[in-house]
Design a binder for this molecule. Structure first.
Ligand code: S3P
Length: 430
């Protein structure tokens, strides 16, 4: 699908209810599926990725009902999943394939995992390597690095693993396998990655201990069903925050934004760059901090984004790159090699597409350098079927001198099905 965006700096005004958090939605269905009893999930994100998780869990024998406002999961207990008759298709979802691999490593049966063309290129060894060290039998293309991946689980052995990357997908897969392992399983990482797995396992009654850079779980524990309320996704809210931050005279409020400190790097970056943010209605929802955020347009200045901050905003970097094109000075993003193994190589795709629209931006080995403060001329851009690239390019159309036409916008439904509706509402066009 192609979309032409041309709003010639028309201010955004109004309030948007932030869509459910993608990371937390995936976990809610997976954990409820292996819990004892029935769990009800509200605020669930019905994006393509999370729907892939639902369909995989159904193939593993779990009854999941979808009503208008909730997802009802009839848990089978830790040992209740059954061998799938068909191949499990994760679609575009890296979180589904990585976390599910951890659960499947503990099952005494065989399963096969595939996904779309993007998943077929994304490295799985970071997960299958440690799971094999715990005793799971796993194979796949390139020695269990690429899909299709076949897993035969069984009696796992707990271990202490030091992950070379700060990845919540890696950490979560190992902790989930640890539920099925003898003894204790510990994962350490170089910087703290998002901790939704640790928080939600605790809500399901599992004892998980964590320190700043590691988490441990004791095998043999059970999960007890609980109702989960999924907070709004700060990664989706980011697109509306950035839209308001770059279009003069904008004044936008986003309600129900999840502000877990392992995810809120974008807020720190916006504040460093001089954005005007106010927070209200702060509370805790389902063990996660949440608030409403009001943003009013203000001129921005450049910043540097690096080190431990990177995992706290890894999915927001495409939007930050666009933000930086409108900020005075030179913004540097470094230590972000992980961008290369997302839905696309986001160093390449962001830089190339923003260059095409007239931005002064260059790629580096571990990030990008953006010379900001100049307007974009517009033109045509593509999403490469990466939802976050599609949304970033669409926002570029709000501030370009000429229209921006973005191809492959259907990919946006992966994480933000109402993206264009929300944008139109804020522009008073709906
Ligand atoms: C996710 C973790 C991140 C993030 C992805 C979702 C998760 O990946 O980029 O969109 O839900 O655990 P890594 O943990 O591999 O960096």
């Amino acid at each position: 699908m192609e979309k032409v965006i041309y709003q010639a700096k028309k201010p955004l005004q109004g309030t948007v209810v932030t869509p459910g958090d993608k990371s937390i939605s995936h976990r809610s269905v997976m954990f409820a599926a292996i819990a004892e009893g029935t769990s009800e999930i509200t605020g669930f994100l019905r994006g393509q990725d999370c729907l892939s998780t639902i369909s995989c869990m159904r193939q593993l024998g779990v009854k999941i009902e979808e009503t208008e406002d909730k997802i009802i999961v009839h848990g089978k207990g830790v040992h209740g999943l059954t061998e799938p008759k068909e191949i499990l298709d994760v679609g575009n979802s890296g979180t589904t394939i990585r976390l599910l691999s951890g659960i499947l490593a503990g099952q005494p049966f065989a399963s096969m995992l595939i996904g779309d063309d993007s998943i077929a290129k994304r490295p799985m060894r970071r997960v299958t390597g440690p799971l094999k060290m715990m005793n799971a039998t796993i194979d796949g293309r390139d020695y269990a690095n690429l899909t299709p991946i076949a897993i035969r689980g069984g009696s796992l052995q707990g271990m202490s693993y030091v992950s070379p990357v700060a990845s919540a997908q890696v950490k979560s897969a190992i902790l989930l396998a640890g539920l099925y392992a003898n003894g204790t399983t510990t994962v350490a990482e170089p910087h703290k990655s998002r901790d939704h797995t640790e928080r939600m396992l605790q809500a399901f009654g599992v004892d998980v201990t964590s320190s700043e850079l590691s988490a441990s779980i004791q095998g043999g524990q059970k999960l007890t069903a609980t109702n989960v309320h999924v907070p709004g996704d700060v990664s989706s809210a980011t697109f509306m925050l950035v839209a308001a931050a770059i279009v003069p005279d904008s004044d936008v409020t986003l309600t129900n934004v999840g502000l877990n400190p392992t995810r809120s790097g974008i807020i720190d970056v916006l504040e460093r760059m001089g954005a005007s943010l106010t927070f209200s209605n702060e509370k805790t929802v389902g063990g996660e901090p949440v608030a409403d955020i009001r943003i009013r347009y203000q001129e921005l200045t450049s910043t540097t984004v690096e080190g431990a901050e990177i995992p706290r905003l890894i999915d927001e970097i495409p939007a930050i790159a666009l933000l930086a094109t409108q900020a005075k000075g030179t913004t540097v993003i470094k230590d972000a090699e992980e961008l290369k193994v997302k839905e696309t190589n986001r160093i390449d795709t962001v830089v190339l597409q923003l260059q095409k629209l007239g931005a002064s931006i260059e790629a580096t080995d571990d990030g990008m350098i953006i010379h900001g403060g100049e307007s974009l001329h517009g033109g045509s851009a593509e999403s490469y079927h990466d939802h976050r690239i599609g949304m970033t390019m669409a926002l570029a159309g709000l501030i370009s001198e000429n229209p921006v036409s973005v191809s492959g916008t259907d990919a946006i439904a992966v994480s933000y099905p109402n993206f264009f509706t929300h944008l139109e509402e804020l522009q008073g066009d709906s």
